[in-house]
Design a protein around this ligand. Structure first.
Ligand code: DMJ
Length: 809
């Protein structure tokens, strides 16, 4: 019997009839087919999964080796940290903090690595996100380590591959400095871009500063500004009172632990000398007087402690001098103390090049450079003491200070190439550059600031400073100033190891103010376009630095940001030390433009500082460890520059310009105002001679270069043909002899703690140099005396001949 298979057309689905050539498939075949397909899918997924696992495990291996490498670097860094922990200067402190933060970063990497291992084992799909984030953290760490190693002259890591560099796109007519083995700058037109190592994904900004309720908001402008200024003043008072209560006479207040911190020994009252000029400008006269009494009568500056020659110059000497000038130049104790301290620091300048050592012992007068800089001196330090030295010479009528400072500028002019883009380190023995790192951040910053300010302090009379300043401002603009994508944030990068580095320190934010000051004062320049370009740089840098604050949840700016591959900034080192540079630029922009925006920026920053940095216990202020986390963790240190600079710049933004007229005053790099005066060292000297009625001459320095200066000054004196000067010049010889002996003695002393110094050859050079200069001056003296005598003889013979003689005609 035939079994009739029902036709599909009969079924309820009514499908079209199957072509007669196709036989219906048996159930077995269908099952086998299904099994085959399933197997195929399984095999494919296993293959793909395996591949993914292999890739991830290779990544883990490479990450592990990166972590190992980082660990080795950290060991090296720890050694360095031990040395650094004793140092007092800010730039070094900053590097120490950087080193400290490596441990934290390594811990973060370890934890991300173990999460990644777990996710890979459980085949979790989020592993690629973790991998990406881990890679980015490691890339950030590696780049920080490389920068750090470079700074300290350590060999770069071999397995830190750099992406292929891009050609430098800037103005091809401008060359780029490279420092070869001899350290002499040469111009390399093939300046290249440095790419961050590893893949750095673009990260949007970290957050947005919260709006803090503003009680001054609805007041009319004048009252609003006055209310804001009062508020700043009362916070300065709060800091001062906390310092008085918990740290009086010491260097800095630890506001959370209610203790103090000293550079060494009993401290030298750093916060008090640094606060003097702010107290004065704010009209806090009682507080000014108590600070003055402390620093001029009670502080012991003769302790057996090591201090930074630079920091002591800008904070202590600068603070005292500024207080002296602001308060009417009548308080001799202020000037005497400044001179007393500076004379102690001056021994550091007794080096063969005249470039000072970084560290001085206030009692023993030993001076040296720390190991971490391989014996070199730091540009930002010796490149920014000239304003203080010049002011000291003016008031003491002793050219020695100014000549020491002017000599440093001359070395830099000679060694840095025509555009004055100096690197961060210099050899004290011969004045040669010893690094290929050019930065407006740590180790370089205030050198760039002081070129312009030296010109301004001389009431624009020393035009060579103008030339240097204009050159440097232009070079920075062309070579280091860039715009990010996508937001076109203007920023100043660095030059490191022959390439551009997309990193910007908070310290470099002072540049907005520097360009604003240039736009204000160089306006009489013929080249109006250049001045306009300075104004644009000023605006854009200030805006970016403000955004660094505004795009953080605390409303405070981080210590370092980077602009990966030229993209918008992301937070690098996230701590905030109460630094002033951004509010400094905002202040200058306010003065330049009078745009209310800048007052509002300043006020917002002030509100956030108050909210996150004020210690509830003491009323003092403290830095914070992470700007991108709330609640903020305070670091228990009220840096003296918070009183000297940060609060002063904010305050000056809300008061009338007449409180500090920028045509009469120049702020030193610690924001201490110094009076603008037209003078040169010879004027100072001549004034002194006139007022004292006698010639007192001593060679300004104890080193070879100082003698060159001596000779120059002597020649000018002699060329002036002043008979009194010529007649008095002879004692110079004996004076110089005694100075030479003194130098010899100092060199011998130095040899006691620096056995590597080649004292004997230096002594020989010294004596030779003294002898030659003395001889030259004697030759000139006798030439002039002979000509005087001849002239006198002539006059006599003319006189003898009587009126109406032919000779008289
Ligand atoms: C200050 O001591 C000075 O401004 C110095 O020039 C560098 N920066 C610190 C504060 O950040």
């Amino acid at each position: 019997m035939m079994i009739e298979i029902p036709q599909e057309s009969d079924s309820k689905y009514s499908k079209p009839p199957r072509p007669s050539s196709l036989k219906p498939l048996s159930l077995n075949v269908v099952v086998i087919l299904c099994l085959f397909v399933t197997l195929l899918i399984c095999a494919l997924s296993t293959f793909l999964l395996n591949q993914r696992l292999q890739q991830q495990s290779a990544s883990i291996q490479s990450l592990k080796s990166e972590v190992d490498l980082s660990k080795q670097t950290i060991e090296l860094l720890q050694e360095m940290q031990t040395t650094l922990s004793e140092k007092t200067d800010t730039s070094v402190k900053q590097q120490k903090l950087l080193a400290d933060s490596f441990d934290g970063k390594l811990a973060a990497i370890r934890s991300q690595l173990s999460t990644l291992q777990q996710t890979v084992q459980s085949n979790n799909q989020t592993s690629s996100d973790v991998l990406e984030s881990l890679h980015s953290t490691i890339a950030g760490l590696s780049s920080t380590i490389e920068t750090f190693k470079k700074m300290f002259g350590m060999a770069p890591s071999e397995n830190n591959p750099q992406s292929p560099p891009e050609r430098f796109p800037a103005d091809p007519s401008v060359g780029h400095v490279q420092y070869g083995p001899g350290g002499v700058p040469s111009y390399d037109p093939s300046f290249q871009e440095k790419q961050p190592s590893g893949a750095v994904p673009y990260r949007p900004p970290a957050g947005q500063a919260e709006e803090i309720p503003d009680t001054t908001k609805d007041l009319p402008e004048t009252q609003r500004a006055a209310a804001r200024a009062d508020s700043v003043k009362s916070e300065l008072l709060s800091c001062w009172n906390a310092y008085k209560k918990y740290a009086w006479g010491h260097d800095e207040l630890c506001p959370n632990s209610m203790r103090h911190k000293d550079w060494g020994g009993k401290g030298i009252g750093l916060t008090a000398s640094d606060a003097l000029s702010t107290l004065y400008l704010m009209g806090l006269h009682d507080e000014f007087n108590e600070a003055l009494k402390l620093v001029t009568e009670y502080i012991d500056y003769d302790q057996d402690i090591r201090v930074s020659a630079f920091e002591t110059t800008i904070r202590v000497v600068g603070g005292l001098l500024s207080a002296f000038e602001l308060s009417g130049e009548s308080n001799a104790a202020l000037l005497d103390t400044a001179v007393y301290v500076m004379n102690k620091l001056l021994v550091a300048y007794n080096t063969s090049s005249g470039i000072p050592h970084q560290t001085v012992n206030l009692k023993t007068h030993e001076h040296w450079n720390p190991d971490w800089s391989s014996g070199a001196s730091i540009l930002s330090e010796f490149g920014s003491v000239q304003l203080e030295l010049r002011t000291l010479s003016y008031h003491t009528k002793d050219p020695i200070y100014d000549m020491k400072g002017a000599h440093l500028t001359k070395i830099l002019e000679a060694k840095c190439g025509p555009d004055m883009m100096c690197p961060t380190m210099f050899d004290v023995a011969n004045g040669e550059p010893r690094s290929d790192h050019i930065t407006l951040g740590a180790l370089g910053d205030s050198y760039f600031e002081y070129l312009l300010k030296q010109y301004l302090l001389t009431d624009k009379s020393e035009t060579r400073y103008r030339t240097s300043a204009a050159k440097v401002l232009d070079s920075i603009r062309v070579r280091l100033f860039r715009h990010s994508t996508p937001s076109r944030q203007g920023f100043i990068g660095e030059y490191l190891d022959g390439a551009f580095d997309y990193k910007m320190d908070h310290l470099a934010c002072f540049a907005g103010g520097m360009y604003a000051l240039a736009a204000m004062h160089l306006g009489d320049d013929d080249d109006a376009g250049k001045v306009q370009s300075f104004r644009v740089v000023a605006e854009e840098i200030t805006e970016t630095c403000y955004q660094m604050y505004d795009q953080q949840v605390t409303g405070l700016g981080p210590e370092i940001v980077d602009f990966p591959n030229g993209q918008d900034f992301r937070t690098g080192e996230a701590y905030y030390l109460l630094r002033p540079e951004t509010v400094e630029s905002i202040f200058y922009m306010w003065r330049l433009t009078k745009n209310q925006k800048y007052r509002n920026y300043q006020w917002k920053i002030f509100q956030h500082i108050k909210k996150h940095c004020k210690s509830a216990e003491t009323g003092g202020y403290s830095g914070i460890s992470m700007v991108n986390i709330v609640p903020a963790e305070q670091d228990d240190l009220m840096q003296s520059f918070f009183l000297a600079e940060t609060l002063k710049y904010i305050y000056l933004t809300f008061v009338d310009d007449s409180v500090l007229d920028l045509h009469e005053w120049v702020l030193n790099t610690e924001a201490h105002p110094l009076k603008i005066r037209k003078r040169d060292p010879l004027d100072v000297w001549r004034d002194w001679e006139q007022s004292s009625g006698s010639v007192r001459w001593r060679p300004p320095t104890l080193d070879g270069v100082g003698l060159v200066e001596t000779e120059r000054m002597m020649q000018e004196r002699l060329a002036s043909g002043d008979a009194r000067v010529v007649a008095d010049v002879d004692p110079l010889g004996s004076d110089m002899k005694s100075q030479g002996d003194e130098y010899q003695e100092q060199e011998d002393n130095r040899a006691q703690f620096d056995p590597n110094e080649n004292v004997y050859s230096k002594k020989a050079v010294r004596h030779d140099s003294v002898r030659k200069v003395k001889q030259k001056i004697r030759d000139k003296v006798s030439a002039i005396m002979i000509s005087h005598r001849l002239a006198a003889n002539n006059a006599d013979s003319v006189g003898n001949e009587g009126p109406g003689s032919a000779a008289a005609g």
